[in-house]
Design a protein around this ligand. Structure first.
Ligand SMILES: CC(C)(COP(=O)(O)OP(=O)(O)OC[C@H]1O[C@@H](n2cnc3c(N)ncnc32)[C@H](O)[C@@H]1OP(=O)(O)O)[C@@H](O)C(=O)NCCC(=O)NCCS
Length: 268
């Protein structure tokens, strides 16, 4: 599996409504260890150039990206060969993927979904709290595990994330309370697209509601802007079952541009 090759296509195809950013792939494929056997991936090339990738999350979920409907169809055919398909997710702003998924008989499903929120970086307020790049890896992992309890992120998996392009320590920002990591924001910069992605953000339960998540996000975005970013995206849940992260990002001036569309298999 070549994450780099997947990222090459993802960077080339990126636009603000795209489902995937290079940082999503780095975080998504590296945040846990020992899952490669559950997560088969495949890359398709034409004339030497990557034109599609598929990432199955067994038993039956598919993530994909492709330059057009034809190549998306190739990914869907591979998926059906390796497992019993159950679900596929695409962005509402990627009609070629919607076309391929619907052509193979998948049907749209209601339920949890993610928003694609966007913000330009012209006018970023200063964070109120002191924020700094991560130094205490154990504390940073502990904060993530508390914020996302129960979490499968470990110090080992987090070190893998840190070793994965385009990770940069200065975009992995924390705020401390009493010397302990209380909130963090990991941001990923795609230099070629000048686009920064926030993924993920967390505040430990005891320190929520004090503006710390907003502060670490603002600090990370300001650094990203200094490094050349012009636009930021983030993908919180959009349904009513998990509304707080979207409120956080809207309070920072992010606005919706697209959402995920979830497909399942027609039954009966
Ligand atoms: C989402 C999360 C990071 C917010 O952290 P936080 O430090 O409590 O957030 P802040 O105090 O910075 O809040 C900033 C804004 O978010 C919104 N917000 C935060 N918590 C809220 C709540 N409980 N109810 C309503 N709005 C809320 C508000 O708009 C708030 O601004 P305001 O205080 O001026 O009204 C935290 O709840 C968390 O870690 N959740 C679990 C992990 C997660 O879901 N992460 C995000 C997905 S990547």
């Amino acid at each position: 599996m070549s994450l780099r090759e997947m990222q090459e296509l993802t960077s080339r195809l990126w636009f603000p409504g795209a489902r995937w950013h290079v940082g999503d792939l780095a975080w998504g494929l590296r945040q846990h260890t020992g899952r490669d056997h559950e997560w088969p991936t495949k890359i398709w090339r034409e004339n030497g150039e990557v034109v599609a990738w598929g990432w199955a999350e067994l038993p039956g979920h598919l993530n994909l990206q492709a330059v057009d409907e034809h190549w998306a169809g190739q990914v869907l055919d591979w998926f059906a060969e390796i497992t019993e398909p159950e679900s596929v997710v695409v962005s509402s702003a990627e009609p070629h993927l919607i076309g391929a998924v619907e052509a193979r008989g998948f049907v749209q499903e209601e339920g949890p979904f993610f928003l694609q929120l966007v913000r330009n970086l012209d006018d970023l307020p200063e964070p109120a709290a002191a924020c700094h790049p991560v130094t205490d890896v154990a504390g940073r992992v502990r904060a993530h595990r508390e914020a996302f309890y129960p979490s499968r992120v470990t110090e080992e998996s987090y070190r893998n994330v840190q070793a994965t392009a385009p990770y940069r320590t200065e975009l992995d920002v924390v705020a401390d309370v009493d010397g302990q990591t209380a909130a963090y924001c990991l941001a990923w910069l795609d230099d070629a697209r000048r686009a920064v992605l926030i993924e993920p953000v967390g505040t430990v339960p005891d320190h929520r509601g004090r503006g710390l998540a907003r502060d670490v996000c603002l600090a990370a975005l300001r650094t990203a802007r200094d490094l050349g970013a012009e636009v930021a995206t983030v993908s919180p849940r959009g349904d009513d079952a998990w509304p707080i992260p979207a409120r956080l990002y809207r309070s920072m001036g992010f606005t919706p541009i697209a959402r995920t569309v979830h497909y399942g298999v027609a039954r009966g």
